[in-house]
Design a binder for this molecule. Structure first.
Ligand SMILES: *Cc1c(COP(=O)(O)O)cnc(C)c1O
Length: 457
């Protein structure tokens, strides 16, 4: 296609987008006034737009992509599955692809997590965890355990149950009258400690606050739900070492289940297959989605222990059944993609290669850390947040209306990388497949873009 044809096609698609679409998490008034970047194709860790420009996929197409795009092994697995069946149900029937996917998944799970309940999004995986935890206690006769504890700044998806757990005011406050009550504990946000403590001496006072909620509600709490190691959507809020272990101990002391939401942290993103491994913690329920299919297709899983599973066993007439399901639970195409992606972890020995990449990435981010308006860099493996501040000494925030994060994203595009900010936090979440050279280029583009925007303000 020549440049004139490309431009005409881009123009036509832009008009159609502006006429028909409503984009997620997007102020459409701004969107309609701006020229969109339209992704047309991808190659490895690069996205290609309708005008033929190439960009590093710096946020893994929203925290999903693992091995890059158009991976021959995953493409072939989907094609092979298409030649058999695209969809069949798990309600009352089994399917080859969902069985093989579960078998492969069980090889990667922390030992003790054995039962896999499929769905199709992170939010549904969390809804399932909520209902599973609640019904588990009900079926065991612990009927007063109907309440949940979660963290301020938590994000668990956009359905009403997951929004109830969520703790991000900007997203969740307006829906408050629709939500059920959840006890929200102060988040472990050491850079801006909600308890105004010093991390060097606080002995994790924020964890004590979690325990206080349990102590005040004896026998009432069904489960504690949290994103382990890193709260993603609130701006990459990294937890101090030992925090998740403390949460496990609190749940054990008070007879509640621990639910870890690994929708973002799962599949190598923090350096291990699952984040809980780094804390030596076995949750009662673990949710995953984004990276499960290598970022190819919507597939989620809520996995649990035999102990929870067994609570639901009984005769047909006992009505202990878990009455929950989604039409596309265990969709065969998505399962085939997931199986292929998980096998690549083994075949390519991906985890063994991560420490070198992670330290190279950390080194490449050092110049960004030295910039006068970068208040803090938070990293766990590949998950990275650079918090921009107006004043480093006072940690004064940039006002929301300045759209500092958005401006950095636009600068990064001009330099050849796709980013997506969270307020004043610039997020980098590269695919595990990026080479050290590509990681260095991504870090360099982020630093240059931050410098260009903050120097001009
Ligand atoms: C993205 C995310 C979700 C929601 O997943 P969807 O597939 O968008 O519904 C839930 N929990 C965490 C931790 C996430 O990062």
């Amino acid at each position: 296609m020549n440049d004139i044809d490309r431009a005409a096609r881009h123009h036509r698609l832009t008009e159609a987008d502006h006429r028909h679409l409503w984009h997620p998490f997007t102020q459409m008034q701004d969107w309609l006034a701006e020229e969109p970047l339209i992704v047309d194709a991808a190659e490895g860790v690069y996205l290609v737009d309708t005008l033929g420009n190439r960009y590093l996929d710096g946020v893994s197409s929203l925290w999903c992509n693992v091995h890059g795009h158009r991976v021959p092994e995953i493409d072939r697995a989907i094609e092979a599955q298409l030649g058999k069946v695209a969809h069949t149900t798990l309600l009352g029937l089994a399917s080859t692809a969902s069985i093989e996917c579960a078998e492969e998944l069980s090889r990667h799970l922390p030992p003790g997590l054995t039962r896999i309940f499929y769905s199709d999004a992170g939010a549904t995986a969390v809804e399932i965890a909520l209902k599973m935890a609640y019904q588990h206690h009900q079926l065991r006769g612990d009927t007063a355990r109907s309440e949940f504890v979660a963290l301020h700044g938590g994000y668990h998806g956009d359905t009403i149950g997951s929004v109830s757990l969520g703790g991000i005011d900007l997203f969740h406050r307006i829906f408050k009258p629709l939500l059920f009550d959840v006890h929200h504990a102060p988040q472990p946000y050491c850079y801006r400690c909600p308890l105004a403590k010093d991390p060097a001496t606080c002995r994790m006072a924020c964890a004590d606050e979690v325990e206080r909620i349990f102590e005040a509600r004896p026998g009432k709490i069904a489960a504690l739900v949290l994103e382990p190691l890193m709260q993603g959507a609130d701006g990459m809020i990294a937890q101090p070492p030992g925090y998740v272990r403390r949460m496990r101990e609190i749940c054990d002391r008070h007879g509640a289940l621990l639910v870890t939401d690994e929708v973002a942290t799962g599949w190598g993103r923090t350096g291990t297959t699952f984040a809980v491994e780094q804390e030596g913690v076995l949750p009662d329920i673990l949710t995953m989605a984004k990276g499960l299919t290598g970022g190819y297709l919507p597939l989620a899983a809520t996995v649990t222990t035999e102990r929870v599973f067994e609570s639901f066993l009984g005769s047909y007439a006992d009505k202990k059944t878990f009455f929950h399901g989604h039409t596309f639970c265990g969709n065969p195409l998505a399962c085939a993609a997931a199986t292929a992606s998980m096998r690549l972890f083994t075949e390519r020995n991906i985890l063994a290669g991560l420490p070198a990449k992670i330290s190279a990435f950390a080194r490449a981010l050092e110049p960004a850390a030295a910039l006068p308006h970068v208040g803090e860099i938070r990293r766990r493996g590949f998950m990275t947040g650079l918090e921009l501040v107006r004043d480093r000494g006072t940690k004064e925030e940039y006002p929301y209306a300045l759209r500092v994060g958005d401006r950095v994203t636009l600068e990064a595009r001009r330099r050849g990388a796709i980013l997506r900010p969270l307020g004043n936090v610039v997020v980098l979440m590269p695919p595990l497949a990026m080479t050290e050279a590509e990681l260095a280029r991504l870090a360099g583009i982020a630093a240059e873009s931050i410098a260009a925007v903050t120097e001009a303000l």
